[in-house]
Design a protein around this ligand. Structure first.
Ligand SMILES: [Mn+2]
Length: 341
């Protein structure tokens, strides 16, 4: 049983979505740009369910699936909106488009025009900021992951979870909850996990692939980054940085820096943290983290960036050391602001 939280009927149209799926012959699924574990896992799980219902399913993605998700099944099925738009005659087809984990139209990237051109549009999402942009919306901001909503849909359809779907749903649920430790983690997340285990999810194998395995390039960067850790404001703010030279000698790309900022925010006593690196174009890319009630969204916004209260990012003008200096000043001010509030 799932939790019985009242849903906004205008944003949570389960029956409408079920009947649109029943009526459609071809169903196009649209994950978001810069795809993550939830959008890719939820899309693939939904594809498997719909194919069991004898639907023709087309996966449309503006972007590439990141290497840490290469273990997922059926990744070869993703096609670009350009390919799909020119090769398929969808005008006559009884087609349905479903956006998956897409917070707004912009997150469809270059798939947006194709999405809008389909006769019936729907979406499944859990972002609070979602403006309910489709004709049929299944949006629940209480859900920790879109994978939860896909599993609810599957339950409504009366189709038991198969192992392949379990792997995909687990990927979505575990990555969006930070391996079940973020604030959004709730009882329903563990109820779904129970059902995924019953469906034969090889948990040890996939949790290792998602959360323990580290690329060698990441480890080379880590060894260069940790010695740069500095603390200020009585040890409540910590920073890490990497020069372009460090990046090059580690034979690393920007992708390999994912997660480095955690070493600063996870240091004992730290409330706010940054990771700054020089890019090939000479700019300074910054990741910011905070522990509640401190926040870094305003610091990011100050430099033209954005993000969430506790995780944000921005780009500063070079050189690295001066950028870091300006960043530190802003963080000190933000910390004082949080203390006043
Ligand atoms: Mn998500």
């Amino acid at each position: 049983m799932t939790r019985e939280t009242p849903k906004n009927p205008e944003r949570y149209q389960m029956q409408e979505l079920l009947s649109a799926i029943q009526k459609a012959d071809s169903i196009l699924l649209f994950p978001h740009v810069s795809p993550d574990g939830d959008t890719v896992g939820s899309t693939l799980a939904l594809k498997m369910v719909l194919e069991r219902m004898q639907k023709k399913v087309i996966l449309v993605l503006d972007g590439v699936v990141p290497p840490n998700l290469f273990f997922l099944p059926d990744l070869y099925c993703f096609r670009t909106p350009q390919d799909v738009g020119t090769q398929l005659n969808l005008k006559n087809a009884n087609a349905l488009a479903i956006a998956v984990d897409v917070a707004d139209f912009g997150r469809l990237g270059s798939s947006e025009a194709l999405f809008r051109s389909i006769a019936v549009t729907a979406q499944i999402d859990h972002h609070g900021t979602n403006p309910a942009f489709a004709q049929i919306n299944l949006v629940d901001e209480q859900a920790p992951a879109t994978a939860i909503l896909v599993s609810r849909l599957q339950q409504e359809l009366g189709l038991p979870i198969e192992q392949g779907e379990a792997i995909c749903l687990y990927t979505g649920l575990s990555t969006d909850t930070g391996n079940f430790v973020f604030e959004n983690t709730n009882a329903e997340a563990f109820q779904l996990m129970g059902r995924l285990m019953e469906a034969g999810l090889p948990l040890a194998k996939y949790s290792r692939l998602l959360f323990k395995r580290k690329d060698r390039a990441f480890l080379r960067l880590l060894s260069k980054t940790l010695p740069t850790m500095t603390f200020f404001c009585h040890g409540e703010i910590a920073g890490l940085q990497l020069s372009l030279q460090d990046m090059r000698s580690a034979q690393a790309t920007g992708e390999n820096t994912e997660g480095l900022v955690d070493y600063a925010i996870d240091a004992s006593g730290v409330k706010m943290a940054y990771f700054a690196r020089e890019t090939e174009s000479g700019e300074v890319k910054v990741s910011l983290r905070a522990l509640s009630p401190y926040r870094v969204d305003r610091v990011a916004a100050l430099f033209g960036g954005g993000g969430h209260l506790l995780a944000a990012g921005c780009t500063l003008a070079p050189p690295l050391d001066e950028a870091v200096e300006r960043l530190r000043e802003a963080l000190v001010k933000a910390r004082e602001g949080s203390l006043e509030a």
